[in-house]
Write a protein that binds this ligand. Structure first.
Ligand code: HEM
Length: 310
């Protein structure tokens, strides 16, 4: 990342400003994934990650976790069905008293490879909102950032889920697992729901209340805990570790390394929780992905504004 503007605080502020220009400012709320619901649970590792990493929550001891499910929309009043992409942010409470975050979404690819691409593409949405959504503008953006097409196409085809507990969630970014001999292995995470996958049909959307996902979880949790398997994809030689817009090869190895049980909703009065994808423990390292590193500073800007009720 040396020689890039990624670390400049102005670029992180610009990214958050551009989101506010498109979606408005909603004091006290996250600048994206504005509406969410917080739960508690337990993560139980199965020991299969031990040969690959010394991370303490991935050995053989169960750890308490906090989970926040969210709508990706930056507008907190948006009905659940409007934004098909959902978020699942998990905070692991490690045996040494520290915490580690894993943030995932229901789409496997991101639309921007670099922070500047993010700002430019979000800027296009701004011009669309102002009434100049011209196709020429879009063509220019896609010509400049052809790698964005795959994710934007997926986004177009996505449907909202029947439940937060019936989607698969992806880390998108690669991370490195480091084992006790110091060997590094590139991986990506996936949460796979015990309940299987289930999406809403287009015609069903209108029948659902604006907060149907919260209501659905409430009903479901009365019947028992909600579970997810934690899988890792093992990166091969040709799988890029610096590019969130590109999928890894189809034949990659996948290993289940643990299981999450979500047991109950937590009432959060003022949401001071911060999930940061670069908050990871010994035994895990961030990949070279510029978006992953940039998120650290962009999330800090959003956090600072929202806890000050801006
Ligand atoms: C340049 C790229 C990105 C920018 C600028 C960005 C920006 C943001 C911001 C400002 C927040 C609110 C932070 C807070 O106030 O706590 C946020 C939350 C979130 N972002 Fe991103 N994001 C980016 C990429 C991604 C990617 C690639 C993912 C995929 C995993 C993602 C998933 C999420 C989720 C799930 C949340 C909600 C976390 C929570 O529940 O607290 N973001 N993002």
């Amino acid at each position: 990342m040396e020689g890039t503007d990624d670390y400049k605080p102005e670029l992180a502020r610009e990214a958050v400003n551009v989101i506010e220009n498109v979606a408005g400012t909603h004091p006290g709320y996250r600048r994206v994934h504005a509406r969410g619901y917080v739960y508690e649970g337990v993560f139980t590792p199965n020991g299969k990650a031990s040969p690959l990493t010394v991370a303490s929550h991935l050995q053989d001891e169960a750890v308490p976790v906090i989970i926040r499910f969210s709508n990706s929309s930056p507008i907190p009043s948006h009905p659940d069905a409007i934004s098909p992409v959902k978020g699942m942010a998990v905070k692991f409470h490690l045996p040494n008293g520290k915490v580690s975050d894993l943030i995932t979404v229901t789409i496997p690819l991101f639309f921007a490879k670099t922070p500047q691409a993010f700002v430019d593409i979000a800027g296009f949405f701004q011009s669309a909102k102002e009434g100049f959504p011209n196709l020429k503008e879009l063509a220019k953006i896609l010509w400049k950032y052809p790698e964005s097409k795959a994710s934007l196409q997926m986004l177009k085809e996505m449907r909202s889920p029947a439940s937060f507990s019936t989607c698969q969630y992806y880390s998108i970014h690669a991370f490195y697992f480091i084992n006790k001999e110091g060997r590094r292995q590139a991986i990506k995470y996936e949460w796979v729901p015990d309940a299987g996958l289930s999406m809403l049909e287009k015609r069903e959307v209108a029948e659902h209340s604006p907060e149907y996902l919260e209501e659905e979880m409430e009903k479901r949790l009365k019947e028992g805990p909600v579970g997810f398997k934690l899988n890792i994809q093992i990166g091969g030689e040709n799988d890029p570790t610096d590019d969130p817009t590109t999928a890894w090869s189809e034949d990659k190895q996948v290993i289940t390394i643990g299981h999450l049980m979500i047991s109950k909703k937590l009432e959060v009065c003022k949401d001071t929780l911060l999930f940061d994808p670069t908050n990871i423990p010994e035994g895990i390292e961030c990949s070279e992905d510029r978006i992953l590193h940039f998120r650290h500073s962009a999330y800090a800007v959003s956090y600072e504004r929202r806890i000050n009720n801006q």
